[in-house]
Design a protein. Structure first.
Length: 160
């Protein structure tokens, strides 16, 4: 599994592109131990909105990208505890694919900190990010974990 999305399922707007880029950046940090500032700079100057391997990527909302990547790193312990609590019994975050961890961490960060984005939008966006990387059950797992955490972190948005 690599952190390269399928060509037919790439981001269509700036915030979506920022989310996709954040997941890729977090994956890169996890797999190659790339330092935070190095990965932020690399993505800003060489990936976000650039052509990569013949594919032109949508221009990303760079402040949102920065916020998500930095926020996940800053709050990872708390985020991981929430994800672990939302996983099905017998599942451990450490056993989950690195790309899935990056997707869930980014999504949970947004649920916690990006209150200007409706919870259902956050969930749908990260399910779409999961679909860009996976064709199996993974998008459903993302939906289930994010929905469970959305209900606990932002219950008022579900009562409307």
């Amino acid at each position: 599994m690599s952190a390269t999305p399928s060509k037919k399922k790439m981001a269509r707007n700036a915030k979506s592109a920022a989310r996709l880029g954040a997941v890729q950046a977090l994956y890169q940090m996890d797999m190659s131990q790339t330092p935070l500032e190095t990965v932020i700079e690399e993505f800003a100057h060489h990936r976000l909105g650039h052509e990569i391997e013949g594919d032109q990527f949508h221009q990303a909302d760079e402040p949102h990208f920065n916020d998500v990547v930095r926020g996940v790193v800053r709050e990872q312990v708390s985020i991981d505890q929430k994800i672990h609590g939302a996983l099905a019994e017998g599942w451990a975050l450490a056993r989950i694919d690195s790309t899935m961890r990056a997707i869930l961490r980014s999504g949970v960060y947004e649920l916690q900190r990006c209150k200007d984005v409706p919870v259902k939008v956050v969930i749908n966006e990260y399910v779409e990010v999961a679909r860009a990387f996976f064709e199996g059950d993974e998008p459903g797992v993302v939906n289930g974990v994010m929905d469970k955490l959305g209900h606990s972190l932002r219950p008022d948005e579900f009562s409307k």
